[in-house]
Design a protein around this ligand. Structure first.
Ligand code: ADP
Length: 294
């Protein structure tokens, strides 16, 4: 269990990236969902002991994360947003090098570990290939192999599916789900489907604040009967936005379909729809934006 309490961070330029963040994150996959600039990376880097907070606390089991960085690093696997590799080195050699850095000094043990990891992330067949020739999905799977060295209790992945094609993305998410059966995995993402498909628990973060936390299904249920759909003329969209809470717009067969959040049917042109996690997410972002504007 990872417990975050009242975590705050303001950068020297005055940006308040984390504003009193508290979260309880149990074993399994946890989705941290938020738009660009929400503070996700700041939170991930702080948990990963790569930067300090101004205040608050983080505990992982009995480890005080902010006070005892070496102990945290021993049980942590991290796949950062920008994961650089040496393009001319093979996957196998690079992973071996990372294992040395993580303190796996015995040669035979390291060989077994590297082999097992390459198989686990499905890169065994391409282990001799140079990393520079890897696709985005292969590189991310390599990043996971690297993060799993040392049998971490906490695995953090920051925006891992951005830029992956659907097949690679699915493969990567399946791999994360397997890992999530044993340890805490935090998946930071701005892609709603990543969370819907994978995470039994999640939080929505916007403007440095936790807006909502819970099980995706529960949060969706809370919107039942309050999401309405209508096909409109695209030109009329600004008027709808002015009068209603427009959650999303979608092009469908030449028409623009909008989802609106309202306690009662906004007008006769609307029909009720079953809410989904995207409605939950955009509802929270709308709420955050209007709160911020006051
Ligand atoms: P996310 O990962 O959700 O996109 P970030 O944590 O990267 O969010 O950023 C949160 C806010 O903090 C943004 O407004 C960003 O511009 C700002 N920020 C991030 N890193 C720094 C930094 N090193 N110095 C100043 N501002 C930063």
């Amino acid at each position: 269990m990872l417990t975050i309490r009242n975590l705050s961070k303001t950068y020297p330029n005055g940006v308040r990236a984390l504003n009193n963040v508290s979260l309880d994150i149990p074993n399994g996959m946890f989705g941290l969902l938020g738009p660009n600039g929400a503070g996700k990376s700041t939170l991930m880097r702080t948990i990963a002991t790569l930067q300090d907070a101004d205040g608050g606390s983080i505990r992982l089991g009995d480890i005080d994360v902010l006070a005892d960085k070496p102990a945290t690093r021993r049980v942590l696997g991290y796949l950062p947003q920008e994961f650089g590799v040496y393009p001319k080195v093979s996957a196998e050699a690079m992973l071996d090098h990372f294992a040395v850095l993580k303190g796996v000094t015995r040669r035979g043990e390291r060989r077994d570990l590297v082999d097992a990891l390459l198989k686990q992330v499905n890169l065994w067949d391409v282990r001799k290939r140079k990393l520079g020739g890897f696709s985005g999905g292969m590189r991310q799977r390599f990043g996971i192999a690297q993060a799993l060295i040392g049998d971490p209790k906490l695995v953090i992945v920051d925006e891992p599916t951005a830029g992956l094609d659907p097949e690679e993305r699915q493969r990567f998410l399946n791999l994360l789900a397997e890992i999530g059966e044993r340890v805490v995995v935090i998946l930071s993402t701005h892609i709603v489907e990543d969370v819907t498909e994978l995470c039994p628990r999640m939080a929505i973060i916007a403007q440095g604040q936790v807006r909502l936390t819970g099980e995706p299904r529960e949060t969706i249920r809370a919107l039942e009967g309050r999401v309405w759909r209508r096909a409109i003329d695209k030109a009329a969209l600004p008027q709808y936005r002015e009068r209603m809470i427009v959650l999303s717009t979608r092009l469908a067969g030449g028409a623009t379909l909008i989802h609106v959040l309202a306690d009662a049917k906004p007008d006769d042109g609307f029909e009720s729809v079953a809410p989904d996690l995207e409605d939950v997410y955009f509802g929270q972002l709308h709420h955050a934006a209007s709160a911020g504007a006051v």
